[in-house]
Design a protein around this ligand. Sequence first.
Ligand code: NG6
Ligand code: CA
Length: 505
Amino acid sequence: MKRLLFVALAGMLIQSAFAQKKPNVVIIYADDLGYGDLSCYGATKVRTPNIDRLAKEGVRFTNGHCTSATCTPSRYALITGRYPWRQTGTGVLPGDAKLIVPMDKGSVASMMKKAGYRTAQVGKWHLGLGDGKEIDWNGEVKPSPNEVGFDYSFCFPATADRVPTVFVEDHKVLGLDRNDPITVNYKQKVGDDPTGREHPELLKMQSSPGQGHDNTIVNGIGRIGYMKGGHKARWTDEELAYVFTDRAEQFIEDNRQRPFFLYFCLSDIHVPRMPGTPFKGKSGLGYRGDAILQMDWTVGRIMQKLKSLGLDKNTLVLFTSDNGPVLDDGYQDEAVTQLNGHQPAGPLRGGKYSAFEGGTRVPFIVSWPGAVKGNQTSDALVCQIDLFASFARLTGQQLADDDAPDSFDVMDALLGKSPKGRAWLIQQGGPLSLVKGDLKYIVPSKGPKLLSGVNIESGHDPEPQLYDLKKDIGEQHNIAAQYPEKVKAMADELQRLKAADKTRK
Ligand code: NG6
Ligand code: CA
C-alpha cells in the first residue's frame, strides 16, 4: 500500500514538473512598426535597448513577415492560420464591425487553451466584435475575443483613431456610466460632441488634410467615425500604453503558476501617436519616435515582470509588427518634418499598404532563454501565419484537419535550431506577391503607383514584377522582362496556391 502511494505520488510529481515545463508564450505585437525602426535592425537615430536585449537573448529574423500590409488581415492570419484574402471582409475594419474570426474553427488561442494554457488578449483587437447586429455598447459586447479562445480579453475595438474610444473587458465596456449611454455611427454625426471638421481650433493635434480623422473629437483628437455618450469611459491616449501594460503584467502575475499564452497587442506606434508625458519630445524625432521609445519601454516592463517572477527562462517571447511603417497616416504629428534621416523601413522599398517588402517584412524576434541560444540571426523565411501550426507542435498537439489551413510548422527555425523556414510565402500589399527562394513575383494590378496621402509606393504596376531579393532587397530592378518563363511559373504557382483550400500539408 505504502509503495503504491509512493509510486502515485512520484507520478504526480513528475507530471506536475512536466506541466511546469510547458513554456509560457507571450506575443508582443507592435502596430505599424517598420523593419528599420529598431536599433537592433540598424536604426541609428532612435535607440531601443530593451528590444535589442530581447534580440540578444534569442533569434533576430531578417526575413520575418506579417501576411499583409495592414492590420486587420495580418491579425486575422496570425489568429486563424489562414490567408485573409480567402475570406471577404478582412480589410481594415471600422470600430463597429462584426467579429470576422470564424467561431466554428480553431484559433491559435483555442488551440493553446486545449493544450492547458490560460489565454489572454490584451490591447488593440481590430478583428470585429458582435454578431453583425448593431452592437449594444451599453450591454454585452459579444461575441468578442472570449468566444474565439481567449479566457481573458482587455481590448479596444479597432484602432486608436477610430471610435468608440473605450476599452472592452470580457464583453463589457469599462467604466460605463448608465446615464450616458454610448452610440456609435460611421455614417453620420450622432450626439453633440464637436467634430474636427467643424471645430479644428479644438484639436491639440491637427488631422492631415484629405485623410479623414475629422469626426468626433475625443481627448482633443479628431477620430474616424462618430460617437455619443460614454464620456467617462473614454480613454486618454497618453495613458494607453500604461493601461495595457498594467493589464498584461497583471495577467502574467495572476497566472505565474500555470502555463499561459498572452497575445499582447500594443497601440504603439499607430496613429494618433500621443505618447505618455515621460516620452514626449524624448526621441527628437517627433511623436512617432517618442512612441517607439514608449513601445521599447513596454517591452522592458514585460521582460522585467517575467524576470521578477522567475518566469523569464521558461517563457517564449515573440516580438513583431502587424505591418510596415508609415509616417503621415492621418495626423500632423511631425513624423515627416522631424524624421531627421531615420529610415523606418531600413533598406526596404514601400511601407504600410505596399506590396513591396516594406509592407510585410517586419521586425521579428524570438527569445526563450531556457531553450534558445542567444545572439542568433536567422535568414529563415517565417511568417506570423505559421505561429498556429508551430505552437501546436511546441505544445504537442495535432491540428484538426480544417484548422490553420495555411500555417506551416516552422518551430525549428523559430527556435534557431534550423536555418530553414518555409519555402514560399504569399504576401498581400494591394496586389498579392509570391516569394519563393530569392525571387519575388508581384501580380500585375491597376491602381496608383504612389499612395499620395501617405506618400508610399504601393507596388501597383500593370506589368508583372519580378525581383531577386538576394541581390536587390530594395526591389529596384524589375527583371520580369529578362525571365518570362520564371514569371509564368510563379504566376501559375500563385494561381494554384490561391485556388487550393489549404496549403498546409
Ligand atoms: C486607414 C486610415 C489610417 C489607419 C488605417 C488602419 C484613412 C485615410 N486612413 O484607412 O489612418 O487608421 O486605416 O491602420 O482613413 S491599421 O494599421 O489598423 O491597418
Ligand atoms: Ca497596423
